[in-house]
Each structure stands twice: as C-alpha cells, then as structure tokens.
Unconditional design. Structure first.
Length: 103
C-alpha cells in the first residue's frame, strides 16, 4: 500500500517545496550524485538527455535500469534513512541529471 506524504500535523500534502538540488553529469560511464538524499522522501529528477537511473546507497546505473526521458520532470519516493543516492548513465548522448529534494 502506498504511503502518502503528510505535513507535521498529519495532513495530506498536495504540493511540495523545492529544496537542495544536486547536478551530476553522465556519459557511457555512470555518474552518481555526491551526497545522499537526506532531507526528504520525495525527489524531482530531470535529465538533459535520455538516460537510465537507479537509486541506492552505492548505485551504479546500467542500461538495464529505469529509463528516463530527456527534459521530462519525474518524481520518485526514496528511502527515508538518508542513504539513497542517484546514478545515471546515458542512453545515447552524454548529459546531466538534476536531483531536487522536495520538502
């Protein structure tokens, strides 16, 4: 069963505020954001080119991971233990991934 985002008073959150954004380039070799996502359970991801991404404490993206379209913002729930990072690898062109913590 999915968990819904709640505010400090237990009310359903319908919109989130942007927090810290990390940027990482990727090529035919996977790139990984430098810091774990620690302030939230939801992130917004935008990639400048089609790519594949994976989440984890020590992730390395491959072309068998989740495909993300270029310039299409996507929202993901991440671990709430403050250890998740994001890794990306290109589909066909080098690019950058922007990972924004949503508060």
């Amino acid at each position: 069963m999915p968990r819904l985002a709640l505010d400090e008073e237990g009310n359903l959150v319908q919109a989130l505020s942007p927090g810290t954004t990390q940027t990482q380039t990727y090529t035919g070799t996977a790139g990984v954001i430098g810091n774990a996502i620690s302030a939230t359970e939801v992130v917004r991801i935008v990639a400048t080119t089609d790519c594949f991404i994976v989440f984890g404490s020590s992730p390395t993206a491959t072309t068998s991971h989740m495909f993300v379209l270029a310039n299409q913002p996507e929202y993901f729930r991440v671990s709430d233990d403050g250890t998740d990072k994001v890794s990306a690898i290109r589909s066909s062109e080098d690019g950058s991934i922007y990972v924004t913590e949503m508060l």
